[in-house]
Design a protein around this ligand. Structure first.
Ligand SMILES: [Zn+2]
Length: 300
């Protein structure tokens, strides 16, 4: 039986927000079974915003949550790290509106969680097991989820840039694959779009320290951590956005040129339509042992 998990001790870091450029202090604190992931604004009387689809707000270049006017911005990299390390319950305290970007990947968050340690809790973890496929299309963008006995993602991007072009990455998120294949992939941006984005109040904290920066034909800050780091980062973002369903998923996701808006549209549809999935624990699902045992053994 796979149980819920939280961090063993509090752990913290400081940094700046990618879009706001604002300094922020972040602390991850253990939480009881059933709590889920809850953000807490220590600068606003400890106001709490749960990491669930209900609270999804503005979604453009990052995913933001909002509750009663209180914003928590750029949640995707930390939520991705929680899924990848199997953390179900935690309080995330922050003293500003945006999470720190750190190195632009989920690796610093994974390392923080590993430093804190992971504590098994008594309650069995309940999974969202997909029962029926769901496909969403918007122009040439596509995202879908299909029934499967483990959590896997296949992502395709197509950027008209000589260093990117068309890339597809497929990963089964069991056996520690997240930590090896996804966690370290950094966000990326194009120098020729930077001024326009800054004028929209975006990427005010961006630098070559926290993003892969490309100009028209080359990389400003080599080397890449993986030859296909761009598409791997999209997988990282997708996992973080889908964490807003509030459970680990048993299903296969296929995405083609999707983005935060389509990722979160999928979350909203899943939460609205209970005929698409069922809640299950891994013990109940024991008739498909191989893949699930592998998932059950996934600890850091
Ligand atoms: Zn990202």
């Amino acid at each position: 039986m796979k149980q819920e998990q939280t961090v063993r001790a509090a752990v913290e870091c400081t940094g700046i927000g990618l879009h706001s450029g604002a300094p922020v202090h972040l602390r991850i604190v253990p939480a009881p079974s059933g709590a889920g992931i809850v953000f807490r604004r220590t600068d606003l009387d400890d106001f709490e915003v749960e990491a669930t689809g209900r609270n999804i707000a503005r979604v453009s270049y990052a995913t933001s949550l909002m509750k009663k006017g209180v914003l928590i911005s750029t949640t995707e990299h930390l939520l991705s790290a929680f899924i990848g390390t199997g953390i179900d319950n935690a309080i995330v305290e922050l003293d500003n509106l945006e999470l720190p970007i750190l190195d632009g990947s989920a690796r610093p968050f994974v390392e923080m969680i590993q430093r804190a340690g992971i504590r098994k809790q008594r309650r069995p973890r309940s999974y969202m097991r997909i029962r029926r496929e769901l496909e969403l299309r918007e122009g040439n963008k596509f995202i879908a989820i299909y029934p499967a006995d483990s959590y896997s993602v296949s992502y395709t991007i197509d950027f008209p840039h000589p260093l990117i072009g068309k890339e597809t990455f497929r990963v089964d998120l069991s056996d520690g694959n997240y930590l090896r294949e996804i966690a370290a992939a950094r966000t990326f941006g194009f120098l020729h779009e930077a001024d326009a984005m800054r004028q929209q109040g975006l990427i005010r904290g961006a630098s070559i320290e926290n993003a892969i920066v490309l100009n028209r034909d080359c990389l400003m800050n080599p080397p890449l951590r993986y030859p296909d780091e761009f598409v791997r980062h999209k997988v990282l973002d997708l996992i973080g956005d889908l964490a807003l369903v509030g459970k680990q998923i048993l299903g296969n996701i296929v995405a083609d040129r999707a983005g935060h808006a389509m990722h979160t549209a999928l979350v909203s549809r899943l939460l609205r339509d209970r005929t698409l999935w069922e809640e299950t624990t891994l013990e109940e699902a024991a008739e498909v042992p191989a893949a699930l045992q592998a998932m059950a053994g996934q600890t850091v």
